[in-house]
Ligand binder design. Structure first.
Ligand code: SF4
Length: 315
């Protein structure tokens, strides 16, 4: 490093926030490695999300929007930031919290208590829909029956439909989820590793399900997980951080660790993986699976089959 560069780094970088040049930095921004103060961090964090919302025209004024709320850091920060931006920029949205109760003792019952507090803290009406009410089974009961194997596969299918049903109850126009940039990069990688071309082609879309009952958006598509954690920490947001007891998914775990290693070496790696996924083109000769609709309930089923997985479990 040149002597002048080192000197200016010391003067501008480590002593004063490199954005406002006035306050002392309190953090190194994970996405850019800039040393910045708390106020500038809040500003860049919120402004980037606002730009993603506006740039991708995620919402229209007057829309009713449900925030998929699990009580975890991502959805809690999303509920907080979206409420703030809605007020600040007059989006004109009616916001709601929508939670799914999978029936997992010691995990979801505790995290739902957090969402109930968020309902009061942010003044957002909360709707909870449970697997037990919708399907007649809790995840605890399913695991008792099938054992500790492929639990997330069942749970994922159930949740997808439960969110659609909850959104229909709330009569919302859109559903937003707290999927962040790390989640999306991880999914791109997993789909490549599995050769799942169909999912690879749509996993980077910021809005999905436009042909289904309720479109889903990901305002945190470019927001780093570490920054979400920092934001929640500095803002002292009330969230729940325990992992699901049925979550061990070794393959996804490896992809996550790999992304974290890449991020340590080069923070931009996360954005670059997302960009690679976005720019990916499918050969016209590739045969794509068709998305079907369940004959009984009319909701989307990921594979063409006569009955949805939920019905198979019930039968
Ligand atoms: Fe369901 Fe798996 Fe998520 Fe647990 S980790 S809530 S089992 S999808």
């Amino acid at each position: 490093m040149e002597a002048g560069e080192a000197k200016s780094k010391k003067a501008g970088g480590s002593r004063l926030c490199c954005i406002c040049n006035q306050r002392r930095p309190v953090l190194k921004r994970p996405k850019t490695l800039q040393q910045i103060c708390r106020e500038c961090f809040y500003e860049v964090f919120e402004e980037e999300i606002h730009q993603v919302i506006v740039g991708n025209r995620l919402f229209k004024s007057g829309e009713r929007v449900a925030i998929g709320a699990s009580g975890g850091k991502d959805s809690t920060v999303l509920a907080y930031v979206l409420s703030e931006l809605n007020r600040r920029h007059n989006y004109g949205l009616d916001l709601f919290l929508l939670s799914i109760d999978e029936g997992i003792t010691g995990y979801r019952d505790d995290s739902l208590e957090t969402v109930k507090r968020n309902e009061v803290q942010y003044g957002l009406p909360l709707q909870i829909v449970s697997y037990k009410d919708l399907y007649g089974w809790t995840m605890d009961e399913i695991v008792k029956m099938i054992g500790l194997k492929n639990n997330c596969t069942f749970c994922g299918v159930f949740r997808r439909q439960a969110l659609d049903r909850g959104a229909a109850l709330l009569k919302v126009d859109k559903l937003v989820t707290g999927h962040n940039a790390d989640d999306i990069a991880e999914t791109v990688l997993l789909n490549i590793l599995r050769g799942d071309i169909a999912r690879l082609s749509r996993c980077t879309s910021i809005t999905t399900g436009e042909d289904g009952p309720i479109p889903r958006c990901k305002p945190f598509k470019y927001t780093y997980e570490k920054e979400i954690v920092m934001y929640a920490y500095f803002k002292k947001l009330d969230y729940f951080s325990t992992e699901c007891i049925y979550s061990p998914n070794a393959y996804r775990g490896f992809a996550r660790e790999f992304i974290k290693d890449l991020e340590r070496l080069r923070p931009r790696a996360i954005l670059d993986i997302i960009k690679s996924g976005e720019d990916f083109r499918i050969a016209t000769t590739t045969k794509m699976p068709e998305q079907g609709t369940c004959e009984r309930c009319g909701y989307i089923s990921s594979q063409v089959r006569p009955l949805s997985l939920s019905h198979q479990v019930m039968l």
